[in-house]
Design a protein around this ligand. Structure first.
Ligand code: GCB
Length: 594
């Protein structure tokens, strides 16, 4: 149940967390015999693997391996968790996972980069070690999102992903046990607004158990604000007013603390605390507005990617990437092309970054055989729910991105022909996802990212027109001037037609660090810098451009293919090991001044 991931596990006087990160046992199952041979009772002849970690980076025989593998760890569960509910939370198993506790199957999950949790209270051995076994595979398929193995691609790659980043597999994020009281706070949704100097915080609480009341406290203002909360069925709502409110924004990312307690005021059964920034996001014809003021998003598309780590979580890398973004003067990023490790959003809340939260919807197309189409749609609907349940309380997220470069053609960027009927169906299917996002969260803007040669009328669905453009790279290669001209005209056209603010969510050029030329030529650091400069200059002339995100913060690993030299996308303004290229210095000069 996605509600089980609605609140991140925390440690306090009522709740517990046990992080199971470490070295686990690991075994490849290329013949898919594990279930038949009951490996879920315990693995034999194993090797060691780091969790979190991407298996493709840890073993030289497994770089392109995407079939079944098995993970095992053992742990005691503290006996003072006995009268609580205990959950196992897996923060990312790419792509499908089966879980066994002490040989008993407890659940299955499909989909990457979003957490899932199972109530395992009934399966725990209280005085013995508990064996946790997780089976994972990451087959690329047109039935999955992100999408792979699509026939008829213009650029074949190995592995056959329908997107360029490497399909790093396995338990890329931490696995945790956590416990909550039997009667507990299941979900909290914080929505904020303000009237002049008074902040308004709407707090929706969902609980489990028979307690009918609770309390809400807001810390950080002139004095602690308290309110009681009454539950009808399991739902309770409180509106708190904060006098002389300090609004959240890039210049002053001030965070209040919201504490919710369940049950008796002096002796509550459960407590949950989270950070809240009071802010409002809106839009007019030309700009995104934060707290009724236009904001310009300066920043990057990124990836969770680093040598050896693959796609696995690293707090060091998160902190480093925020430092590098600040070094360039950026104030924004998009979680390309999947929801990131949660610490990214906690950082963004504290540092005042404006985040576009993106689903794993990449390589996606709304066409083709109805059965796989239907499965992709089901995956998308699940992702949207899981992402919004997990991330809804971060003030840094100002906009949801439904998908990156979806198309009504089967291949990224392909110019092919689509029948009118299919076009209509594609639009209607895509529209459903927008409706779902808006019904789950009406407080944020919603957009998707449009691809070169993609359908234009889909922008009817969005609050902001967002496009990825590479005129002067993939088209008119070597000719920045022609590219800049094309982007200028296209932006004008889009704004005239839709009367919505526009942003370029990706633009950039590959550059091999250290390769230089007096006349900017493709793949040199000079070309990348001049390309980025030309696009930024175009944007500066248009008052309806509300943001520019360079692709990418750093070079990243890709599947092998003709357009990815060395197996990397080299459009980073930093190298994969985070050294600046010329373009990074250029951005620092340009953005720090703004
Ligand atoms: C895009 C994709 C991104 C690619 C990039 C490129 O439009 O959204 O995932 O890495 O182009 O460099 O080709």
């Amino acid at each position: 149940d996605p509600k089980d991931i609605a609140l991140s596990p925390i440690q306090n006087t009522k709740r517990n967390v046990l992080d199971l990160s470490g070295i686990w046992k690991f075994k490849k199952d290329s013949l898919n015999i594990g279930v038949k041979e009951q490996w879920y009772n315990g693995l034999t002849k194993t090797r060691s693997i780091a969790v979190p970690g991407s298996w493709n980076e840890q073993f030289d025989d497994m770089r392109d391996y995407l079939d079944w593998v098995w993970y095992e760890t053992e742990t005691y569960v503290p006996s003072n968790w006995k009268d609580q509910k205990v959950f196992l939370r897996v923060n990312d198993a790419t792509y499908t996972a089966n879980i066994w506790i002490n040989g008993i199957s407890v659940g299955y999950h499909e989909g990457c980069h979003v957490p899932f949790a199972f109530d395992i209270s009934g399966y725990i051995n209280w005085d013995k070690k508990n064996k946790i076994i997780i089976q994972v595979e990451n087959q690329l398929s047109p039935e999955r999102v992100p999408t792979g193995n699509v026939k008829g691609g213009s650029f074949e790659t190995l592995p056959a992903s329908n997107y360029d980043f490497f399909p790093y597999s396995g338990l890329n994020r931490s696995v945790e046990l956590f416990s909550v009281p039997k009667s507990f706070i299941r979900d909290i949704t914080v929505k904020t607004d303000y009237n002049e100097y008074v902040g308004v915080i709407d707090i929706n609480v969902e609980k489990i158990g028979s307690y009918k009341t609770g309390n809400v406290y807001v810390y950080g203002g002139e004095k602690v604000i308290e309110s009681s909360i009454k539950f009808i069925e399991n739902q309770g709502v409180v509106k708190v007013e904060v006098p002389n409110v300090r609004l959240w924004g890039p210049k002053d990312p001030f965070l209040y603390t919201v504490k919710v307690t369940l049950g008796d005021k002096r002796n509550p059964v459960d407590i949950y605390e989270l950070k809240a920034g009071v802010r409002k996001v809106s839009v007019n014809e030309k700009s995104i507005l934060l707290n009724d003021e236009p904001v310009f998003l300066k920043g990057f598309g990124r990836h969770e990617d680093f040598p050896v780590l693959g796609r696995s979580s690293s707090n060091s890398l998160i902190v480093k990437d925020f430092e590098l973004m600040k070094w360039t003067g950026a104030n924004s990023f998009r979680t390309t092309h999947y929801p990131y490790d949660e610490e990214n959003y906690n950082m963004a809340d504290r540092e005042g970054f404006l985040v576009i939260g993106e689903t794993p919807g990449v390589g996606l197309y709304f066409l083709g055989d109805p059965e796989s189409m239907e499965k992709r749609q089901r995956a998308m609907k699940r992702y949207i729910t899981e992402m919004i349940y997990r991330d809804k309380n971060h003030p840094s997220i100002i906009m949801w991105c439904v998908a990156n470069e979806p198309n009504d053609k089967a291949q990224l960027g392909q110019m092919g022909y689509t029948e009118d009927n299919d076009k209509k169906m594609a639009y209607e299917e895509f529209e459903k996802l927008f409706k779902q996002v808006r019904s789950l969260d009406a407080t944020r803007l919603v957009m998707y990212v449009g691809v070169m040669f993609g359908p234009v009328d889909w922008f009817n669905l969005t609050d902001v027109i967002a496009i990825n453009r590479y005129w002067g790279w993939y088209s008119s290669p070597g000719d920045i001037k022609t590219g800049a001209n094309a982007i200028s005209k296209e932006l004008d056209r889009l704004h005239r037609k839709f009367k919505k603010p526009c942003m370029i969510t990706e633009f950039g050029a590959d550059a091999q660090a250290g390769l230089h030329a007096v006349n900017p030529e493709m793949f040199t650091e000079e070309y990348q810098k001049e390309f980025i400069k030309a696009y930024l200059d175009v944007a500066d002339e248009k008052d309806f451009v509300t943001g520019m995100h360079v692709w990418n913060l750093a070079d990243f690993k890709t599947s092998q293919g003709l357009i990815r030299f060395g197996g990397y996308n080299l459009k980073g303004v930093f190298t994969r090991d985070r050294r600046p290229k010329l373009a990074a210095w250029f951005l620092r000069n340009r953005w720090k001044e703004l």
